[in-house]
Design a protein around this ligand. Sequence first.
Ligand SMILES: [Mg+2]
Length: 285
Amino acid sequence: MHHNGASPRFGFLIDMDGVLYRGSELIPGAARFVGELRTRDIPFLFLTNNSQRTRRDVVAKLARMGIGVEDEHVFTSAMATARFLAQQKPGGTAFVIGEGGLLTALHQHGYAVVDHAPDYVVVGEGRTFNLEQVEAAVRMILGGAKLVATNLDPNCPTQHGPRPGCGAMVAMLETAAGVTAFSVGKPSPVMMRAARKELGLSTDETTMIGDTMETDILGGVQLGFHTVLVMSGGTTATDLPRYAYRPEVVVPSLAELADRMDAHGWRAPWQPAPPARAARKPVGV
Ligand SMILES: [Mg+2]
């Protein structure tokens, strides 16, 4: 979303899984927080490493859960990857291990999806992964195709527990082909910076909200964004001391972040509260 330049000059990049919802369950406070941002014209962009869905699919999923946003509010690792490849090699070709979100994004950026001698082997999450694809991809990589990952998340949370993520599939290709993938998704600066520009804000005006230290918070810290960790997803308070970097603000969930911002007149979460009005001195006796 391009910000129109009026105040307030701050905005949010918001992770989805573990922040807005878990599986198909809305996290309490998420709809209120997003509603407040919309009402107050505070720019925001949902930032997900999941490359399975198109932005339209994401908007439909959110609408089902009671969060109404536009396509322009969604930025996926599939979109970031397609944009990156279009910059690196315009009009290139890709062999894709992934689903609709990734295929759509590549087509929209002028890429042809092929199954012979591609410029790139591009991997995203999905449930159609099979060994024939791996075998074909490994031969293409050995033949000169470059290995690109939409993200390196080791697993994806579901209601029934984690399932192997894109990073797990990429690891298999890396091991078999003896190469290291280039990854575009969080915490890569490629995606983090593209998202910030999409928001139309400067580094200092941007806050990343997420539930994962290794992606959301690490990426935010590396880019110099403000960071908010929510404990409604994968991270617990006992995990935090293990990391050499820390989030600027830690809250149980978006509900508490909304309360906190409410108490401060919806200024940016790191800004000091407005000065209390000085008590009027009694006029001389
Ligand atoms: Mg998350």
